[in-house]
Design a protein around this ligand. Structure first.
Ligand code: SF4
Length: 499
């Protein structure tokens, strides 16, 4: 019997990538073991500890896999990926394969660490690779594969995109082949079983071309290989959700992780009527200002849509269009907000990237002015610009003399904690920019809007800038308290229900 295939996902116990590969390998007749290495923590992310690496080493000794796959979705986690990779190569002689967005864009770089790289969608390629490794066959004809041979690097062509993505099945919840290593302990079993939320995607690909996102780079990798944006059938989505609901006893909410949720009227019609009857749990989606449509959103709300997170990113038309390559106008954004309000979406969150090197004080002021025009109620998610290796905005920063290659490398490949520190909170020392940032934050609170307007009229005053900073800190504290009270109420309700 073949040795199992061990797949490791990082900082995500739901890790859809490795779960989809598990499906493909199981269907091809291979045993798999999945390791979810460390949990996601957006405030204090920790690199791998020695103890956690030891736990992984012991598990590998016990499982004795024939091949190990690392899912390297983001460069953010490279620090931990390198540590895990080092531990494996210094203790074992097991072929290593890397897959995910980072290896897809940088196969040569990754082949310094791994024996193989799978580029793009890896379901078929991993099965062919495992078959070749286990039967000692050549790998030179495996599409999507990159590999080394006699010190030379070979990057094979990409296979056409699978049109019918229902063929991939869907991730399995549960199973005794899963392990969760976190906080210096190892737990056997699928960590997802204890979750109150379930994440899935009903599609693959995104039609937009934002310069800071790797979706456009992946689209280029697949140029001429078929439709990049594809949707699963409603049947397939319902089957997955019914399975998840049956297995996860405490399931309370569904997160659709699609880059862009479907706006196909027929799909939405079928989905909305079936979801309400067959699943009946609140769900959230990512929205896009150009995809918000009153008829469709109202159907989704009646089916259970409770939260839309919509990326706006900047209130400056120049930053949006020229820097971020987002084509929606101020009016289209405002109108999308009005539709969400009219359809009574219970929770609307607008996402902005602020205080990056492309933004002027005038740009951030325009973001404040746009936020004032967006209809309450809404919440704001304010963060920095995360330069992802390989994305267009990296080259733009160099071409426009905004940052040097060395500075960008320092940012993109710094430690996980440093990258998060750059992402949250004030991101520059400009008192003017920090003033407008604070005012933007205030716009989401009805009672703080008049204060923000009062301060905006006195933007030149040092005293008003200090006052804005104080109000901002106070509101942040208020938000945190409100969040914990909400969470506490939910926990209390769950405990009372169990009794
Ligand atoms: S809309 Fe979202 S997923 Fe699509 S390219 Fe822009 S940032 Fe990426």
């Amino acid at each position: 019997m073949d040795r199992p295939v061990l797949l490791i996902g990082f900082y995500n116990k739901k890790a859809l990538g490795v779960r989809y590969l598990e499906q493909a390998l199981t269907a091809a007749g291979y045993d798999t073991v999945l390791v979810f290495f460390k949990d996601f923590n957006s405030v204090k992310p920790q690199p791998a500890t020695e103890k956690e690496l030891d736990l992984l080493k012991e598990l590998i000794l016990k499982v004795n896999p024939g091949i190990i796959g690392l899912s390297v979705m983001a460069s953010l986690y490279l620090e931990t990926v390198y540590k895990v990779n080092d531990m494996i190569t210094s203790n074992f002689k097991i072929p290593l394969v890397w897959g995910g967005v980072f290896p897809t864009l940088f196969p040569e770089k990754c082949l310094k660490y791994a024996d193989y790289v799978i580029r793009g969608e890896g379901e078929q390629a991993i099965c062919e690779l495992v078959h070749a490794v286990y039967s000692n066959k050549a790998v030179n004809s495996i599409l999507n594969l990159a590999y080394k041979k006699n010190d030379a690097t070979y990057i094979n062509d990409i296979r056409p995109l699978c049109e019918n993505i229902d063929k991939y099945g869907y991730p399995e919840v549960g199973g005794n082949n899963k392990y969760f290593i976190h906080n210096n302990t190892i737990a056997t079993g699928d960590p997802q079983l204890k979750s109150v939320s379930y994440e899935l995607t009903a599609s693959r690909g995104c039609p937009f071309v934002c310069s800071y996102c790797s979706s456009v780079n992946l689209k280029r990798v697949y140029k001429g290989k078929g439709n990049y944006v594809r949707f699963r059938s409603v049947n397939s989505v319902m089957a997955e959700l019914k399975d998840a609901k049956a297995r996860i006893k405490g399931l309370k909410v569904i997160h659709f992780w699609d880059e862009i949720f479907s706006d196909d009227p027929e799909w939405i019609d079928e989905f909305s009527s079936r979801y309400k009857k067959e699943i009946g749990l609140p769900f959230e989606i990512w929205g896009h200002p150009l995809k918000v449509n009153e008829e469709l959103i109202s159907k989704l709300v009646s089916a259970g849509l409770y939260k839309v997170v919509m990326g706006i990113q900047s209130g400056s038309p120049k930053v949006r269009k020229v820097i971020f390559h987002r084509l929606e106008t101020q009016d289209e954004i405002i109108k999308a907000g009005e539709v969400l309000k009219k359809c009574k979406v219970p929770q609307v969150i607008y996402d902005f990237m602020l205080q990056h090197p492309f933004e002027t004080d005038e740009d951030i002021k325009q973001t404040y002015e746009l936020c004032l025009q967006l209809k309450l109620p809404y919440e704001l998610q304010l963060h920095g610009l995360n330069f992802l290796p390989g994305t267009d905005i990296v080259d733009m920063a160099i071409d426009m003399n905004v940052l040097s290659r060395e500075e960008l490398d320092k940012i993109m490949y710094s430690s996980i904690q440093e990258q998060y520190n750059m992402y949250w909170g004030y991101k520059n020392d400009s008192p003017v920019s920090n003033f407008w940032y604070a005012l933007i934050y205030m716009t989401q609170f009805r009672f703080a809007r008049p204060i923000s307007k009062f301060l905006a009229k006195r933007s030149d005053s040092g005293l008003m800038r200090k006052l804005a900073a104080r109000v901002y800190k106070g509101l942040q504290l208020f938000s945190r308290l409100r969040y914990f009270i909400k969470k506490g109420k939910l926990v209390l309700r769950a405990v009372l229900r169990k009794r």
